[in-house]
Design a protein around this ligand. Sequence first.
Ligand SMILES: Nc1ncnc2c1ncn2[C@@H]1O[C@H](COP(=O)(O)OP(=O)(O)OP(=O)(O)O)[C@@H](O)[C@H]1O
Ligand SMILES: [Mg+2]
Length: 321
Amino acid sequence: MTALSWGSGMKLHFLRSPKKRSAVLEQLYALLARRGFQVTESLPDVAVQDLDAAPQHDLYIVKSRTPLSISVAGMLHRRGARLLNPYPSCAALLDKIVVTAALRQAGIPTPRSWAAADPALLRSAAMAQRLPLVLKPFNGIHSHGIRVVSAPDQLSDGPTTTEPVLVQEFVEGCTERLKIHCVGERVFGTWKPFSMGGTHVPGQPREVGEEVRDIAVRCGRLFGLGLYGLDVLIGRRGPVVVDVNSFPGYKGLPAIAPILADYIARCARGEEDVIVPRHRTADAEVRTDGGSAVQTSGAPDAPIGGRSGARAGARIPRTAP
Ligand SMILES: Nc1ncnc2c1ncn2[C@@H]1O[C@H](COP(=O)(O)OP(=O)(O)OP(=O)(O)O)[C@@H](O)[C@H]1O
Ligand SMILES: [Mg+2]
């Protein structure tokens, strides 16, 4: 089979946030185009979205977690589009309270946690005994708004918020933060010195041991994720998951782009089962038939690379979803 016939002109569409494309994403687009896929992208946050728009692509890849991107993913999902990660999985990950509760329910090591609409509600003798605690906005990203509270009078000191907070026991004794990056059931690791987030330098590659690998695969199955990442701390009692993300940046893994390209290609061709979350939700009405009936009406998309002959790394057309 030639590289071109591999993708056979199947249409892959990335839903992205307005951030600059990373080097990994540029390589990924080029590799997929070289394999005969038509690759396009759109940035839902920079254009008006038509709620009557029908799916036009064989597979949508959700590389954004902005609220509007996830709404667009949901709209496409309801209209029968195939999405990677599946919409119910992307939507679930927006709420750290639900994610943490699900991890604990599944027996995945995660700090003991609570939720509160107002941090002042935490001022109780019972909570004071649990200090230090980490308070996180329930929909937080990039460590914004995270704070560590180590004295009872700090519990109501923080900025007033209208959003609920996730409250977690502080995992003591960590010197490193592990970033776990998964592609299907392949698990990769990088590490950075411990911090409460805030640094966006790539981590250093790190072998992943059996215990963390097993935890990572269980998280993927639990949430029905194919492309995902975990923040794992190695505490005094072993590894603890403190965060789960869909389609992370895969920073610090120089050889990851071909692995991502293979996996996405296999999903597009219906050779991977992540399209249907193994842990089904009530809303998981996801198609399983390989996508041949996806509607193709609407504006045509100009392909990059592949059959169009455009060079790898050329400007990716931005289109309507
Ligand atoms: N319960 C905890 N105990 C100790 N440290 C924690 C805990 N929860 C989070 N941290 C630290 O804070 C970092 C950021 O937390 P988290 O990943 O939950 O937030 P985020 O908004 O997704 O941030 P980022 O995008 O930087 O990962 C974690 O990578 C970890 O180093
Ligand atoms: Mg995180």
